[in-house]
Design a protein around this ligand. Structure first.
Ligand code: MN
Length: 131
């Protein structure tokens, strides 16, 4: 998928678990996206400034600052408020989706994820983000 800017869509995956990083990487292979990874909130902030990703897949449980706190921080910053963030998390309890949406996420995908479904979901969120 090509973003409006005419470059490949950039997807930033904020995930501290290497196995999950590799899984998402394998899943998005041949997707045409430029996929980048950050394993902490501070790494994510640097990547966001440099890459201006079209979509951020945000793990919630991270070492240090958690993903929902980072999402709130981004949404409160006019320079980053337009970032499209989807929670990608093992938090699947009742109410967790609402917490993600309240923090400013446009979606909430629970792990373990269905790899085929995730690919379609990401395409859908990118289309939403471009609309
Ligand atoms: Mn994690």
């Amino acid at each position: 998928m090509i973003s409006q800017a005419g470059r490949p869509s950039v997807v930033l995956v904020v995930e501290d678990n290497l196995a999950n990083q590799l899984l998402v990487d394998a899943m998005l292979l041949d997707s045409g996206y430029e996929v980048r990874f950050a394993s902490s909130a501070s790494e994510a902030l640097k990547s966001i400034e440099l890459m201006r990703p079209d979509l951020i897949l945000m793990d919630i449980s991270l070492p240090g600052q958690d993903g929902l706190s980072l999402t709130r921080q981004l949404k409160a910053d006019p320079a980053n408020a337009s970032m499209q963030i989807v929670a990608l998390t093992a938090h699947a309890m009742l109410g967790d989706r609402e917490l993600s949406l309240d923090a400013g996420c446009i979606g909430h995908i629970t792990k373990p994820f269905d790899t085929k479904a995730l690919r379609a979901q990401i395409a859908g969120f990118l289309a939403m983000a471009a609309a």
